[in-house]
Design a protein around this ligand. Structure first.
Ligand SMILES: [Ca+2]
Ligand SMILES: [Ca+2]
Length: 264
């Protein structure tokens, strides 16, 4: 920016000076220069200098100014895995990436593995079940969903339990069933002979498995859903299940939190 010299030593941006021949909008006042505040030009643009040659601080450049930078975009960069307490009830999901809310339709989460009868630890210590999210895009939070049977077992998932796309979570009767589970439930047990595992969210039954003596019933291994049958309909059939074969703890076999062993 060009500068105008006033008197013997004051140097100001031309946009601020009247009567010095600096440009449009200038005025003359009694032989003295007058600063025009409404000139429409930022008086402190990047070329402005102080008398001593330094640049004056910009009023809007301080870190404490709320308007010192662009306003944050509330829609920018959604955190798909933020399991904030209000998001479970965030309302209908849109088609955006990875919303985090409870599943709302049958089949959105699948029961894929049950450890009914561990051998390395007591049943009361080592029972667990595994859930799978077959979606390629949606992330769910199972907080508030329920697991129960048709008897007296019933548990409401009381804390955030995030289930990401194409991923698994484990729910166990204790925090040390032979691995670290995603969630520890209470008031829910798995019979070694026949039982039901029902997952509901809101009023919707998301998945259920009813197993009886026709289903595989190994000791020290899980009842494991075939990788080719990872859906809420296929897991209704005994022929879709086999015994887990991978040792995950002291001889107990299965794949907690991981893709299931092949069945066929
Ligand atoms: Ca089912
Ligand atoms: Ca598994």
């Amino acid at each position: 920016m060009s500068l105008c010299r006033l008197g013997f030593w004051v140097v100001l941006p031309c946009a601020l000076v009247i009567g010095a021949g600096c440009g449009p909008g200038r005025r003359t006042g009694g032989g003295m220069s007058i600063v025009v505040l409404d000139s429409g030009v930022d008086p402190f643009d990047g070329a402005t200098e102080m008398v001593d040659g330094s640049r004056p601080p910009r009023e809007d450049s301080g870190p404490g100014r709320a308007d010192s930078g662009p306003l944050p975009d509330e829609d920018a960069g959604p955190d798909p895995f933020d399991a904030g307490p209000t998001e479970v009830d965030a309302g209908p999901r849109d088609a955006g990436p990875a919303p985090t809310s409870a599943p709302t339709s049958a089949g959105e989460v699948v029961v894929t593995e049950l450890m009914r009868n561990p051998n390395a630890v007591l049943d009361a210590e080592g029972e667990w079940l595994e859930l799978y999210n077959p979606s390629t895009t949606r992330t769910y939070d199972l907080r508030g969903c329920e697991i129960y049977d048709f008897g007296s077992d019933h548990h409401v998932i009381a804390s955030s339990l995030v289930l990401r796309p194409r991923s698994y979570v484990t729910l166990a009767v204790t925090s040390a069933p032979g691995f670290t589970p995603s969630y520890v439930y209470s008031s829910f047990n798995l019979s070694n002979t026949e039982d039901e595992v029902v997952l509901s969210c809101g009023s919707v039954q998301i998945d259920a498995v009813f197993f009886d003596a026709t289903f595989v019933s190994p000791v020290g291994a899980t009842m494991s859903l075939a990788p080719s049958a990872l859906d809420a309909s296929s897991n209704d059939f005994a022929t879709s299940w086999c015994a887990g074969s991978t040792d995950y703890h002291a001889g107990d076999r299965g794949t907690p939190g991981a893709p299931n062993d092949p069945c066929f």
